[in-house]
Structure formats: C-alpha cells, structure tokens
Design a protein. Structure first.
Ligand SMILES: Nc1ncnc2c1ncn2[C@@H]1O[C@H](COP(=O)(O)OP(=O)(O)OP(=O)(O)O)[C@@H](O)[C@H]1O
Length: 252
C-alpha cells in the first residue's frame, strides 16, 4: 500500500496495513466478530504497539497482518502486495522472505548455538546472511559474548533476545511480535523492549507488537487501542501512565 500517512510529527510511509478488515469465527448464533471493519496503516521505520482488553482482537489483527490467517473480508497489504489475494504457497513465501516473528515462547532449537539459531531461517530459505548486518543486530541486542551458547545455557531474557535477533537477521520488511515480554521478568522484558526500540531508531526497522503491558507500550512510537474488534483510539509516544489510564477507561 503506497499510502503516505501524515502525522503531527512526520510523514510516514506505510509498511503494512488493512482496509475494511473483518474476521468472524463460527456460524449462526455462535458467530464471534473478532475484527469489525478495521482500517489501519502501520508506519515504516516505526514501532507500533497494539493494545486492548482481553478478547478485543489484538492477536487476530496481528495474525491477519502477518498472513498467518485469512480474513473473512477486506484487504491486507504488505508494502504494495495485497496479501489477501495470495494462496497458501504465496503466503508461506511471504512470511519466510518478508516478515520476522517474535512469539511469547522463544521457539529456539535446543541443539543449536545462539549464532546458529539466529541464521537458521535464512539458511533453510537458501539465503546467505549479510554478515555485517547480523553482526550489528547481535551487537545491538547485546549477545556478542553468548553466541556459542545453546538455549539451555541462556536465561529466558537472553533466549528471547536471540529470538528477536533471529527475527531481524534477514532484514524483513516488518517484524511482528505477539506478547514478546509475556514470559519474561521485568528486567529481561526491559532489555528486550530496549532492543526493539534500538532496532527501530538505530537500524530503521519496522516493529509491530501486541502487548497487555502499558509499560511495554510506552517504548512504541504509536499505540493503537482496540475494543470489541474496532480501533477506538491511538496515541503517539505516550507515557506508561497515559496508556494505563486509557486502558482503565476501556475496562481493562
Ligand atoms: N479460533 C477461534 N475460534 C473462535 N473464536 C476465536 C478464535 N480466535 C479468537 N476468537 C475470538 O475472537 C475474539 C478476539 O480474540 P483475540 O485472541 O484476537 O483477542 P486478544 O485481544 O488478542 O485477546 P487476549 O488479550 O486475551 O489474548 C475473542 O472473542 C476470541 O474468543
């Protein structure tokens, strides 16, 4: 989508977005509307957080934007590609080549070192990692001393930083993170969020993160609020307190 989104602070190119996106589960009386006519553009080179009460549609929106699930109706764009028109094979290639993922569970291979885990998806895809880029990611994530360690020899926070480095290693167009600090203590969570922040500010990456945590959202450039499957508001560079107070008005 080549839409340019104008904000009070900058003109931002859209990295991904949705137009009139709807997602329902089930049929008849049992139908659940998870997303209700969502239109949104996500800025390139920005860190966007998606917040909202439990069941508001955050994960559903992230899954649709990342090509992990098909919408009931509407369009989803990654750059200029309308991904709602792609078949399963096209979506698989798009996820492999153009998107990075960070999940709550780190999903590292236990028999491989941190360094091997970081470049594994690229090796599987038959791509040669850009060594300079991978080195800058590893340095930014603060893992240079740990590259020869296996996941079991790393703390949870270090494992999640390996997973984050893996997500960014192929220079994806966008990184989607689903509750990336959910399994971390607050200090490890802060380290991971600091890394995502630097990846955007210093390495010009694009990150979109679902979170329940107002403090985590305060690392973002923009926070989008969902309620009952709709976007109800957004804030730019809010403090944790501003996010927390707004979430209370949503009943969360
Ligand atoms: N596979 C599914 N089948 C049926 N209903 C679903 C399915 N996935 C999600 N839903 C429903 O869609 C709505 C939105 O769910 P979603 O997981 O996107 O919310 P969320 O904001 O991410 O919630 P949470 O913060 O609790 O993870 C909820 O009412 C949920 O029960």
């Amino acid at each position: 989508m080549s839409v340019i989104t104008s904000t009070e602070s900058a003109v931002v190119t859209t990295a991904a977005g949705a137009v009139n996106l709807n997602k329902s589960y089930g049929t008849g009386d049992a139908t659940v509307t998870a997303l209700d006519n969502v239109t949104v553009g996500l800025g390139a080179g920005e860190f966007t957080a998606i917040m909202g009460p439990s069941g508001s549609g955050k994960s559903t929106l992230l899954h649709m934007l990342a090509g992990l699930d098909q919408p009931t109706s509407g369009q989803v764009f990654l750059g200029d590609t309308d991904i709602s028109t792609l078949d399963d094979k096209g979506l698989t290639l798009l996820r492999r080549d153009r998107i990075g993922f960070i999940f709550q569970s780190f999903n590292l291979l236990p028999t491989m070192t941190a360094a091997e885990n970081i470049v594994l998806p690229m090796k599987i895809a038959g791509r040669t990692p850009d060594e300079h880029w991978v080195a800058s990611i590893v340095e930014t994530v603060g893992l240079t001393e740990r590259l020869g360690h296996r996941p079991a020899q790393l703390s949870g926070g270090q494992q999640q930083r390996v997973a984050a480095a893996r997500a960014l290693a192929s220079k994806p167009q966008i990184v989607f993170a689903d509750e990336p600090t959910g399994a971390l203590d607050s200090r490890s969570g802060a380290e991971l969020l600091g890394f995502l922040r630097r990846a955007v500010t210093e390495l010009n990456q694009t990150v979109v993160m679902v979170t329940h945590d107002a403090n985590a959202a305060s690392y973002a450039d923009r926070v989008i609020f969902l309620a009952d499957g709709r976007i109800v508001d957004e804030m730019r560079r809010p403090s944790a307190d501003e996010v927390y107070d707004y979430m209370k008005t949503l009943g969360a």
